[in-house]
Design a protein around this ligand. Structure first.
Ligand code: FES
Length: 167
């Protein structure tokens, strides 16, 4: 079937102009625009979904060595690390136990940081704050920081995954 025989009425009832090189180019550009939009949306939505729902049932977590117990002291500097592309921070709690949290703020996803001099995780975007256990103590975050599962073997501290969310 030739392009000329595909000449149809448009939704307004007016006949569509005959197919020409111009129309073909326009359709091709439209296709490219649609493809670029779809790829752009995918690139934006995929990481957002991952950050919003980091604990997915069935997700396979890697085991990763993050620190030596001798690197830490109660409510000290702790250790910054990345786990599965998520910025995280490991600290030693006041009671001597260890805890690691995702630094992605549970409000709108800004990156929080551990401030040992005040013993809080601080989010610079809207002044959200979390105590050393990850609980919200100030600002708009709706829930605690996401916690990681740790294993301490001898002096080695391993991260084994994201802890299951409560509630
Ligand atoms: S994004 Fe952290 S307080 Fe708003």
């Amino acid at each position: 079937m030739s392009e000329v025989s595909m000449n149809k009425a448009t939704t307004t009832g007016a006949p569509e102009p005959e197919s020409t090189g111009e129309i073909t180019r326009r359709r091709f550009l439209g296709f490219l625009f649609g493809l670029a939009t779809a790829l752009g949306l995918g690139a934006f939505v995929a990481p957002l979904a991952r950050f919003s729902y980091p604990v997915l049932k069935g997700e396979v977590f890697e085991r990763m060595l993050v620190a030596n117990t001798t690197d830490l002291e109660p409510l000290g500097e702790g250790v910054k690390f990345e786990y599965m592309d998520v910025p995280c921070h490991l600290i030693q709690e006041e009671d001597g136990s260890y805890a690691a949290f995702s630094m992605i703020c549970t409000h709108l996803g800004c990156i929080s940081r551990w401030e040992p001099e005040r013993a809080v995780f601080h989010c610079p975007c809207h002044a959200g704050e979390f105590d050393p256990l990850g609980n919200v103590v100030a600002g708009p975050p709706p829930r605690p920081l996401d916690k990681l599962t740790l294993a301490v073997e001898g002096e080695n501290i391993y991260v084994e995954g994201f802890a299951q969310q409560e509630g």
